[in-house]
Design a protein around this ligand. Structure first.
Ligand code: HEC
Length: 291
């Protein structure tokens, strides 16, 4: 299981290790006799230990699916994500129109776009705000994942037909919860991050750019930072995981800030947030990218 947000190892102990420790310590604590005051605090401690044991036990029993590490309404407005997911569906429709266009996009554009569509669908599914096809967003996510992994034109067309149906509101059996660490390949995520990052950089320099479009791109980048946050497989040393997560969290917060500032037409604040985001890209690559 890839590292979920706030998993136990982040705090330096595993649930199994913790309950083992407690069961060894508990009898000692309970047989301890002392003056009234002390006894009370010992009882309190014991009760806390018991409740911690329960928490540890429950967290072992419930298979943990890593939801988004941050509430989606703190990350991006759902309308931005819906608009960008629909733009991806259009792009994929064009790419899948003929076997030639499929051939041209099969290696990179189609899997990358489908991966981003899977991520956006999950963000919409988990979003606190209402959206037209939110109920079938998990099915769209599954179809997009299948499309990203498809290896033939027929399989890609089938997956895309399922995606269209889900976008049209057809809800199937897909569950709302999903593991963010496995929504998309990090390579696909970074390709998209790079494209949108460049277009925002260029757009912020021009006076006549479409600030709504730039804001939507920043919203997508904030959501892609959530996937990056969860997918820690590039971290070679376990003790570096908090550093990785902090950099991805910085990227998310900065990109959410870029979007919010652009919506308020505050270009200076947007530029400021964008340069902070750039620092998180560079710091992470310096520390974690091989090449
Ligand atoms: C938390 C870490 C982290 C953050 C933040 C991050 N990246 Fe990356 N990035 C990586 C890693 C690791 C790779 C190598 C991935 C691979 O090879 O699959 C990578 C790869 C890339 C690549 C190469 C893609 C390819 O072809 O494989 C580009 C371009 C890129 N990142 C751009 C960015 C930009 C722009 C930002 C900020 C807006 C950013 N990244 C933020 C970790 C990060």
């Amino acid at each position: 299981m890839p590292t979920p947000y706030l998993n136990h190892s982040d705090h330096g102990f595993s649930p199994a290790g913790r309950s083992h420790q407690l069961s060894a310590r508990l009898p000692v604590t309970l047989t301890f006799t002392s003056p009234m005051q002390k006894e009370k605090s010992v009882l309190k401690k014991a009760m806390m230990s018991v409740s911690l044991t329960v928490v540890a036990a429950v967290s072992i029993l419930i298979p943990c699916i890593a939801a988004s590490p941050v509430k989606l309404n703190k990350v991006a407005p759902v309308a931005d994500l819906v608009a960008e997911a629909e733009a991806k569906i259009k792009a994929l429709e064009t790419a899948l129109a003929t076997s030639d266009s499929y051939g041209a996009g099969a290696k990179r554009a189609i899997p990358d776009d489908a991966a981003v569509l899977a991520v956006l669908s999950q963000a919409i599914a988990e979003h606190e705000e209402k959206a037209a096809w939110k109920a079938s967003a998990p099915d769209l996510r599954e179809a997009a994942k299948a499309l990203a992994n498809s290896t033939s034109y027929d399989a890609a067309k089938k997956a895309f037909a399922d995606a269209k149906a889900a976008h049209g509101g057809k809800a199937g059996s897909a569950k709302k919860d999903d593991d963010w660490a496995k929504l998309a390949k990090l390579g696909s995520v970074m390709n998209e991050v790079n494209k949108r990052n460049s277009s925002i950089r260029t757009g912020l320099r021009k006076a006549d750019s479409d600030s709504e479009q730039l804001a939507r791109s920043a919203s997508v980048l904030a959501v892609l930072a959530l996937v990056t946050h969860e997918d820690t497989h590039e971290v070679k040393k376990k003790e570096d995981t908090p550093k990785w997560k902090a950099l991805a969290a910085d990227m998310q917060a900065s990109m959410s800030g870029v979007a919010a500032s652009l919506k308020k037409k505050d270009t200076a604040a947007a530029k400021d947030a964008f340069s902070k985001a750039g620092k998180s890209c560079n710091d992470c690559h310096d520390q974690f990218r091989d090449n």
